[in-house]
Write a protein that binds this ligand. Structure first.
Ligand code: ADP
Ligand code: MG
Ligand code: MG
Length: 880
């Protein structure tokens, strides 16, 4: 086995695609070196050594010592220095590097190889004593804290003491002698804390650092990070040992980190920071203020690298082009300039916001770096969500309440609520709410989902609230510490303002700002790059994308987002309107068919208008209308008082009304008198709905010349007979309306597959169905035997403990629910070739589920209007 791979100085044993073996950092250092970029030479100890280390009681492979020695000699020869040499010492950095970048791993140790002797050699060779002692004290500090575990405060105390005694504030004001004193103080302190002298032998230093990297793979921080991110412990980390280059040798030296394009907007501009006369993490450590890269981005008074170091900058610009051409993606790079010569120390694909990822994908396709199909794969469908949400109108007046962390983008405005249950209850009534919590926990998920936005007063960018909100695409401001929340008083306080439950606030998840009252918003930009990428996605996708919509507003939004029809119109949502609910209730409480028909006749014109509006908006596109589905009890008022009121309004006595209401109450309504069971016991309900649909369709056909294609969907079918009966009712009404109006239109009758029995007998059911639509919400409930309304209490716990890999209501469960879908598709199409198949329900907008739908060959997915672009992109990626 080869345990060590060299890179640089013309000897590159690794490549970018060897990241599993060499880790991301090592693989890309080798790749950069092999395409001719200036990379200081070094070598990578493979991840297999890490695996071996843990499999063998923390022993290295026998050959490792010799292999490292040989690789080190190669580096020595390449740079003309020797490790531990008193006159011309080679110094190295020791850097960890797993397959994926992983916080929790050992920090880099720089300047390794320095000791009381070599520091003098470095001083003499460079002619710069200050630089040599600065490097040495840095090394003792890094090695001391990272490898020997000495608290970093102990080092800072010593620097502070020396600065105080010299009367200086800035590190830069310290001289060679000062740094020598710091280095000596460090060594004494380390010896005192660890009980052993600071290691002077470079060889021992090297193995100490290598060991520390491998040990850090199993430290608690790394283990936790791996668990949260599904990274297997078997992967292991690699160790990179690399010749040092120095950004701290004077004014013609620098170090920096940057992105080849702006990672927040995607703009094609060099974006990042650098510091003159600095080393390693100085740029991010905040000791001095880093300066911008490009002159175009510099504010007055700033010293952009483009002006300060034009030669090195020009070289960096060239490197940037080489890298982007080579990797065909935006890169996040680390570099150092030593005496005006540029060295590359790291590159990787850069993390970016959704907006940047969209712009970069489209720009790169236009530049010819990638093709359109590749561009389509570059944007994560779920991230589009962020771009589709409204943002605050920059010109709108506002009154600031507080500021927290910009934890999840988008703006939201709504009434303050302090509990998840309250959020859910109010949202169900159609209210916009902002969930305000000190912090959130998995029990709050349902409320976070129901809320328009989330505000917490504690926790950071990776707090529960932040992570979950980003995942859900909900705007979130986290850790707004100036706000005090008083749950018992149902109020929040900040800077002398008191906001009570029910009062409106506005969040800007992109800036972290919180405002009192509503702030005007602007709709998202759906033109430009977004439209372009969607167009490319539409070219490659096979499945159609429809929306779940009942109201004209939803239908219009859906069209704007590119929906190609309605996949689910839930007619019961139309019954709650105050104008109609009276007639609905009258129908429900009538004990005779005649009574019900009288009430239904009042509803007919309303329903007809509903469908007319939808057909007009959908202009000839298919519209799937589900006939009444929920148990009738849901429409009745609750509580004695309200029931008495209803009784009075209908002119019946309160007692019999009370009895009727309790007759209708069910122990388990989800599996009770609902779906087509209603249509079978009260055929007049479905007849009225069918009439409304056909009359509306005929009217719109006449009015616009574009005949809509209603797809009438019968819910909760468990046996074929149910579909036969209800289908016959619908067909009868169709014939009546066609002969009354003298116009015939095309239509379909199909069913929702949402019960396991229906899926398993889909061949029988298909004989009476023109289409199937998988109602995977109910199918998930009935397959798992898991009530969606009650699962919130334990499901998060299941997901957290990995008893279930994902919430099956969010992402389709391929093994169980998916298997039923697959069976139903096969059986259905076995009987009826070309049987139209679709999915409605939450899963239609979930990228992983959309991928599943592609595999089983569905014709379309249907999802909520705002998710339509997500589904379009996901469908395209699934087809590629
Ligand atoms: P991280 O993974 O935390 O970014 P790195 O291993 O990339 O850690 O090292 C951090 C920084 O240390 C680099 O960005 C670079 O500035 C500096 N560094 C690492 N190796 C060298 C080297 N051989 N010469 C000079 N500076 C180095
Ligand atoms: Mg680090
Ligand atoms: Mg780095």
């Amino acid at each position: 086995t080869q345990w060590v791979y060299s890179f640089g100085a013309g000897h590159n044993e690794g490549r970018a695609d060897m990241r599993n073996l060499l880790g991301g950092k090592g693989a890309n250092l080798a790749e950069m070196a092999s395409i001719g970029l200036p990379v200081p030479p070094g070598f990578t100890i493979t991840t297999e050594v890490c695996t071996h280390f843990y499999a063998n009681g923390k022993q290295y492979p026998a050959a490792l010592k010799a292999d490292v020695q040989a690789a080190l000699v190669r580096v020595e020869e390449a740079v003309g220095l020797r490790f531990g040499d008193a006159a011309k010492p080679l110094l190295v950095s020791v850097r960890s590097g797993a397959r994926v970048s992983m916080p929790g791993m050992m920090d880099t140790v720089l300047n390794l190889g320095l000791n009381d002797t070599t520091v003098e050699g470095l001083s003499a060779a460079s002619g710069d004593a200050r630089f040599a002692w600065d490097s040495y004290r840095r090394f003792i500090q890094m090695y001391g804290s990272v490898v020997l575990g000495v608290d970093h405060h102990r080092f800072e105390e010593i620097i502070e003491e020396v600065k105080l005694s010299r009367g200086v504030v800035e590190d830069t004001a310290l001289s060679a002698t000062d740094w020598r004193e710091v280095a000596q103080g460090y060594q004494e302190m380390v010896a005192e804390v660890t009980g052993a002298p600071f290691p002077q032998d470079p060889e021992a230093q090297l193995w100490g650092a290598i060991g520390a990297v491998f040990e850090s793979w199993m430290n608690q921080r790394a283990i936790t990070y791996r668990r949260l991110n599904d990274i297997p412990a078997e992967w292991g980390t690699a160790v990179n040992v690399q010749a040092m280059v120095f950004g701290n040798m004077g004014e013609d030296c620098a170090t920096g980190v940057c992105f080849t394009r702006d990672p927040s907007t995607g703009e094609d501009i060099f974006y990042g920071e650098y510091l003159v006369n600095a080393q390693g993490e100085d740029v991010v450590a905040g000791i001095r203020t880093p300066q911008p890269m490009s002159a175009a981005r510099a504010k007055p008074g700033e010293k952009p690298m483009e002006q300060v170091m034009p030669e090195a900058y020009a070289e960096l610009v060239r490197v940037r082009e080489v890298l982007e051409k080579h990797y065909k993606d935006m890169q996040d790079i680390e570099f150092t300039v030593q005496q005006n010569k540029l060295y590359m120390l790291q590159t990787r694909n850069g993390k970016r916001t959704a907006a940047a990822s969209l712009k970069i994908a489209v720009d790169m396709a236009r530049e010819g770096l990638i093709d359109e199909r590749e561009a389509v794969t570059r944007v994560h469908p779920a991230s589009l969500d962020q771009l589709l949400h409204p943002t605050l109108d920059p010109k709108a007046p506002r009154k600031t309440l507080s500021k927290g962390l910009p934890a999840s983008p988008g703006a939201a405005c709504g009434a303050v609520v302090f509990s998840a249950d309250e959020a859910e209850a109010r949202a169900q009534k159609g209210e916009s709410v902002i969930l305000v919590r000190i912090e959130t926990s998995p029990e709050d998920i349902h409320g976070m989902h129901a809320a328009r936005g989330i505000l917490t007063t504690r926790g950071g960018m990776t707090s529960h609230a932040a992570v979950v909100a980003r995942g859900m695409g909900r705007p979130c401001v986290a850790g707004a510490g100036s706000i005090t929340v008083d749950y018992s008083a149902q109020a929040l306080m900040a800077g002398g303002n008191i906001i009570r439950a029910g009062e409106t606030i506005t969040l800007d998840g992109a800036t972290g700002e919180v405002f009192i009252g509503p702030v005007a918003m602007i709709e998202p930009q759906l033109s430009g790059d977004f439209a372009t990428l969607m167009e490319w996605a539409d070219k490659v996708r096979r499945m159609r994308v429809r929306a779940n919509a009942e109201t004209p507003l939803d239908a219009e939004t859906a069209r704007k987002f590119g929906a190609e029809g309605i996949g689910l119109c839930r007619t019961e949502h139309m019954f709650f309107d105050p104008e109609r609910i009276g007639a609905v209730r009258q129908m429900i409480v009538s004990e005779t068919e005649e009574g019900r028909r009288t009430a239904l006749a009042k509803l007919l014109p309303f329903q007809r208008d509903d469908f007319t509006a939808l057909f007009r908006i959908m202009a000839g596109l298919p519209v799937t209308i589900r006939l009444l589905d929920p148990p009738l009890h849901e429409f009745l008022p609750h509580g004695e008082e309200e029931i008495a009121e209803l009784a009075a309004s209908l002119g019946v006595d309160a007692l019999s009304m009370q009895r009727r209401a309790s007759d209708l109450a069910e122990a388990n309504p989800m599996l009770g008198h609902r779906g087509c069971r209603l249509g079978i016991t009260f055929p007049e309900i479905y007849e009225m709905q069918a009439r409304a649909i056909f009359e509306a369709a005929v009217a719109v056909a006449k009015e616009t010349g574009k005949a809509p294609v209603p797809e009438i969907m019968i819910p909760l079918v468990m046996v074929k007979k149910e579909l036969e009966i209800t289908r016959a009712q619908v067909e009868k009404v169709a014939q009546e309306v066609f002969s009354e109006t003298g116009t015939t239109i095309e239509y379909m009758v199909g069913t929702m597959i949402e019960l396991p029995r229906a899926a398993l007998t889909a061949d029988k059911i298909a004989e009476s169905a023109d289409f199937f639509s998988f109602g995977t919400n109910d199918l998930t409930q009935t397959t798992f035997g898991l009530s969606r309304d009650d699962a919130g209490k334990f499901l998060p716990h299941y997901v957290e403990r990995n008893i279930l890999p994902k919430d099956p209501f969010v992402s389709i469960d391929p093994e169980g629910v998916g298997a039923l879908v697959e069976i139903a598709c096969e059986k259905g199409r076995g009987v009826k070739n070309g049987l139209k198949l679709g999915i409605c329900g939450e899963h239609g907008g979930d990228p992983a589920s959309v991928q599943f739908c592609e595999t089983v060959g569905l014709d379309y997915v249907s999802c909520s209007p705002y998710r339509v672009p997500v589904a379009r992109l996901a469908a395209a990626q699934a087809a590629l």
